[in-house]
Design a protein around this ligand. Structure first.
Ligand SMILES: [Zn+2]
Length: 295
């Protein structure tokens, strides 16, 4: 498909209406941002970030554009392809957090004619493809409502028929293929659960969950102190949960968001374009191996 045709379709189905949260993160961390990103991306921090080809023959959906994924794609013969990513950079969950694309990877993408399209906030708020919504779909939970945070539909919440948290937790681990969860538990008897996929360790988010009567809060990141921002903002989040007596269940940034990108492969298939989801197996393995130290 012609790149411009695909961009027009994406713009129609996923309209960008305001600047993305990554405008506060990417220019600080990513020192090659100015050199490689498109003018439009530098304005909105959303949409076509790297414009390296005029034709798109195949799309690769990823949660994070990790160095490993970029290397793998560069080695393949898929020229004229597009990485469709939820984030513009990788995530090191037990290290310093967001890791920008290296100069070497930016160059590899360019020489191998691989473009990069990033959809963060717009995907988070999408009525069908939002990570929180797709996570519930994977867990086979119906009858959820969207939780609005600062006017944006960032989370979802639902009532549960399983009243014991430990039973729900086992089911969660099984369905998400996780050995352990990050957790802070106050009450084993539960009724209403809020889900904010990804980085939901935020006081405003958990307060909004409390306002609609949730007693349990599922997100990707419960405990994280890997960078200065987290050192400042993560402890008050956990303190707020303690104050509100809301159980916290952390299921990893990657796992809570991957079902959205899996669902996006169906979207691209409907456009009659070749597509694959690239599983970040390392991320799950790393979580299962290292989580003990981070609970
Ligand atoms: Zn995220």
């Amino acid at each position: 498909m012609e790149k411009n045709k695909l961009l027009m379709i994406l713009e129609k189905d996923f309209p960008i209406y305001k600047k993305d949260i990554f405008r506060q993160i990417q220019p600080i961390l990513d020192k090659h941002f100015e050199t490689y990103c498109t003018i439009n991306y530098k304005n909105y921090f959303s949409g076509l970030m790297l414009d390296n080809t005029d034709k798109i023959e195949k799309i690769f959906c990823v949660v994070f554009p990790s160095e490993e994924i970029i290397l793998k794609l560069a080695k393949q013969t898929n020229k004229n392809s597009l990485i469709f990513s939820h984030h513009p950079m990788d995530w090191n969950q037990f290290g310093s957090g967001f890791v920008p694309i290296s100069k070497r990877s930016y160059e590899l993408l360019k020489t191998n004619k691989i473009s990069l399209f990033v959809l963060h906030d717009v995907l988070d708020y999408h009525p069908k493809y939002a990570p929180s919504i797709q996570l519930l779909k994977h867990l086979n939970i119906k009858n959820s409502k969207r939780l609005y945070i600062n006017g944006e539909p960032l989370g979802v919440y639902f009532d549960l028929n399983i009243e014991r948290l430990n039973i729900f937790e086992e089911e969660l681990k099984r369905k998400l293929n996780l050995k352990k969860l990050q957790k802070v538990i106050f009450n084993n008897k539960i009724k209403r659960i809020c889900v904010v996929a990804g980085g939901g360790d935020n006081i405003e988010f958990i307060s909004a969950a409390n306002d609609v009567g949730c007693d349990t809060y599922i997100t990707g990141i419960v405990y994280f102190r890997g960078n200065e921002y987290a050192k400042k903002n993560n402890p008050p989040f956990i303190a707020k949960a303690k104050e509100l007596k809301i159980n916290l269940l952390g299921c990893s940034h990657y796992v809570t968001e991957k079902f959205s990108l899996l669902a996006m492969t169906d979207y691209f298939k409907s456009l009659d374009i070749k597509v694959d989801f690239i599983e970040d197996i390392k991320s799950i393995e790393f979580w299962n191996k290292n989580i003990e130290e981070f609970i």
